[in-house]
Design a protein around this ligand. Sequence first.
Ligand SMILES: Cc1ncc(C[n+]2csc(CCOP(=O)(O)OP(=O)(O)O)c2C)c(N)n1
Ligand code: SF4
Ligand SMILES: [Mg+2]
Length: 289
Amino acid sequence: MTAQSAKATQPIWCPGCGDFGVLAAVKKAALNQKIATHDLVLVGGIGCSGSIHNFLEVNGIHALHGRLLAQAVGIKLANPGLTVVAAGGDGDGYAIGMGHFVHAFKKNASIVYLVMNNETYGLTKGQASPTSQIGFEGNVESPFDAILTALSIPAPNFIARAFSGDPKSMTAILEEALRFTRDGRGFAFVEDLSPCVTYNDTYKLWREKVIDVATLPGYDPSDRTSTFRLCLEQMRAGRIPIGVMHRPKESTQDGLEVKLLGTRPGPVRTDIRLETNRPQYEKLLASVA
Ligand SMILES: Cc1ncc(C[n+]2csc(CCOP(=O)(O)OP(=O)(O)O)c2C)c(N)n1
Ligand code: SF4
Ligand SMILES: [Mg+2]
């Protein structure tokens, strides 16, 4: 993939939107990890959150609604040397994009997926989303929980939840997610609780409810069964668990791109001209003659 040198623009979000915290944390985490801007790709979903790639001077793509993961995985396989971050909303990822979401854990490509969950469709003016609480905008359905779903898929992924009201922890979590993918270890999913101050201002409520799983007795991020139980217990008690939910014990290179390409550089950095590859091409033709 070649660098797309569009200039970063000023965020168009409402003043106070939780996504500002996410933008700052992404910037800080990438800087701390010393990731060169030309090596970083942000793939944005459709929604207020999905415009995040416009506000950073890195490579960026605005994907189709709910299809950002397919594009992010494609970029990683085409050029595994890049650090790829897919970033979008709860509507984008957990409604229209749900099929891709579940398969991303199983595929385990080394990309970060950052979901800014505000429990609403912000861009389209505040309708109920899959994570909306019962009663919000007439919603009668039970809210979906992405962390429980992520923990239920037995793949060696990094799984975490952060809160825009705690930017320091969010930055630390993002840094760990970036390191995980840059080491070729696989898929890193980070849900950020990012309030929509215009249509669903949950800042105060979430500040009261969040609880870091690392402070709970029996916390072991390498054991998804016990973390699942801890999260469920906290949710039943009206709390919102945040923190690192799963960190595989083994630091093996399980990323899809490592399995498929090994140490090869990927098609973008491979000379695919006919002249260079003529002997192999002729061998192939001869084999089917
Ligand atoms: C195929 C398609 N269907 C519907 C829409 C309308 N639409 C635009 S953004 C959006 C949802 C945004 O919600 P979310 O992903 O939670 O992002 P937020 O704005 O809350 O950050 C929808 C349904 C669209 N753009 N394309
Ligand atoms: S509508 Fe909500 S999600 Fe969108 S920019 Fe405004 S506060 Fe943020
Ligand atoms: Mg949303």
